[in-house]
Design a protein around this ligand. Structure first.
Ligand SMILES: C[S@@+](CC[C@H](N)C(=O)[O-])C[C@H]1O[C@@H](n2cnc3c(N)ncnc32)[C@H](O)[C@@H]1O
Length: 320
C-alpha cells in the first residue's frame, strides 16, 4: 500500500488509541515491513491510520462488531457515497452550529435527529442503495461529533442513546482528510462480525504480520464497566473466551501479536499469568490519561497493560 498523508481518524472513539501510537510505531519497527495488518476491534482505528500513513502496510484486515460504524467506513471507501456523505454532513454541521445559542432548541433538534437516525437504521441492510447508506453514514458522523464525548452506546433494542454534547461550534470533518481516509479504506478488507469469526481468529493468517488486539476494557471497578457498544455487550465471560482465543493465537510462532487493556488483577490473570509458559510473551505497564464514563466524565491517569509476542523498546513501557 502506498504511503499517504498523515491520516487523522475521522471519528472520536472511546478507548481510542491515539495516545499510544508512538509505542506501536516502535513495535512496528521490530517487524519486517511492509506487513499484513489485522485489527479485529477497530473502533476509531487510530493505530491503523497511523501505520497506513507511514507506508508500513502490505494489506489490512479490519473488523468491528458495530454495524453503524462499519457502514460509515464502507461509505467513506466508495467515492460516490462519500461525496453524498460530505454534502449531507455539511448540512447537519450548519444546522447544529446555528442552534448553539438556543440550547433547549438544540437539544430538542438533537433528540429528533437521533431518533430519525435510529428509525432509518432499523430498515438498514447491506443491499440498501448507496444514497441511503451515505445519509446514514452522515447522520452517524454528526451524532459522533455532536453527541456527548464521541461515545457510542445502544439500548437493548439496538437504538443509539447517547445525549447531546456541549453546544460549541463543531466541524464534522476535514474534506482532504476524509478523501484520503476513504482512499485508504478502499484498499483494505473491512468486516462487521464478532472478532472470533474473522481473521486472525478464523482463517489463514499471512506470514509477515502484525495483529493488534484492543478489545473493550476490563473494568478497574464495576461502575466503570463500559460494555454497551453492541446489544450483546462484552462482559466478563467474553473476556474469558477472548483470553482462551488469545492463548491459541500466540502459540503460533508466525504471529506477531500486540494486546492492550487496563492494568488490573483480572487482565493480569486472564492474559499474562495464564500464558506464563509461553516464552514469547512480553508484558509491560504504562500510564495513560483517558475518559471512561458519561456519568462522571471519569478522566484521569490510569495504568494500562500491553502484551506482545516480541520485545518492544520504549521509554513509556515498564516491563513486568
Ligand atoms: C477499545 S475499542 C477499540 C479502539 C480502537 N483501538 C481505537 O483506537 O479507536 C474496542 C472496540 O471493539 C468493538 N467490539 C466490541 N465487541 C466486539 C466483538 N465481540 N467483536 C469485535 N469487535 C467488538 C467495539 O465496537 C469497539 O469499537
Amino acid at each position: 500500500m502506498e504511503k499517504s498523508i498523515n491520516l487523522v481518524p475521522p471519528l472520536k472513539w472511546v478507548g481510542g488509541k491515539r495516545k499510544i501510537i508512538e509505542i506501536i510505531i516502535s513495535a512496528a519497527n521490530e517487524i519486517e515491513t511492509p506487513f499484513t495488518y489485522y485489527e479485529p476491534f477497530f473502533g476509531g482505528g487510530a493505530i491503523f491510520f497511523s501505520l497506513y500513513s507511514r507506508g508500513l502496510l502490505k494489506n489490512a484486515y479490519l473488523n468491528d462488531v458495530v454495524p453503524q460504524v462499519v457502514n460509515f467506513y464502507n461509505v467513506l471507501s466508495e467515492q460516490n457515497a462519500r461525496n453524498i456523505l460530505k454534502k449531507e454532513a455539511k448540512k447537519f454541521e450548519r444546522k447544529f452550529n446555528n442552534l448553539n445559542k438556543d440550547v433547549t432548541k438544540r437539544k430538542n433538534e438533537y433528540i429528533k435527529f437521533r431518533e430519525d437516525f435510529n428509525d432509518n437504521w432499523e430498515s438498514f441492510n447491506s443491499k440498501l442503495n448507496f444514497e441511503s447508506r451515505a445519509k446514514l453514514g452522515a447522520q452517524f458522523l454528526a451524532l459522533n461529533k455532536i453527541g456527548f464525548n464521541g461515545m457510542f452506546r445502544v439500548n437493548s433494542k439496538g437504538r443509539f442513546n447517547i445525549p447531546m454534547g456541549s453546544p460549541v461550534k463543531k466541524r464534522l470533518f476535514d474534506e482532504d482528510n476524509l478523501d484520503e481516509v476513504g482512499d485508504a479504506l478502499s484498499k483494505v478488507s473491512f468486516t462487521c462480525d464478532d472478532y472470533s469469526n474473522v481473521k486472525p481468529f478464523k482463517g489463514n493468517v499471512n506470514k509477515n504480520n502484525l495483529i493488534f488486539l484492543d478489545p473493550p476494557y476490563i473494568p478497574n471497578s464495576q461502575t466503570a464497566y463500559f460494555t454497551d457498544y453492541s446489544v450483546e455487550g462484552f462482559n466478563k465471560d467474553s473476556h474469558i473466551k477472548l483470553s482462551n482465543d488469545f492463548s491459541k493465537l500466540i502459540e503460533n510462532n508466525n504471529n506477531n501479536v500486540i494486546f492492550t487493556n487496563n492494568f488490573n488483577k483480572i487482565s493480569l490473570d486472564l492474559f499474562v499469568d495464564k500464558n506464563k509458559k509461553n516464552k514469547r510473551l512480553n508484558a509491560y505497564k504504562f500510564n495513560i490519561t483517558k475518559t471512561i464514563s458519561a456519568k462522571n466524565s471519569g478522566r484521569g491517569n490510569t495504568e494500562e497493560l500491553l502484551i506482545s509476542t516480541f520485545p518492544i523498546q520504549h521509554e513509556r513501557l515498564e516491563k513486568i
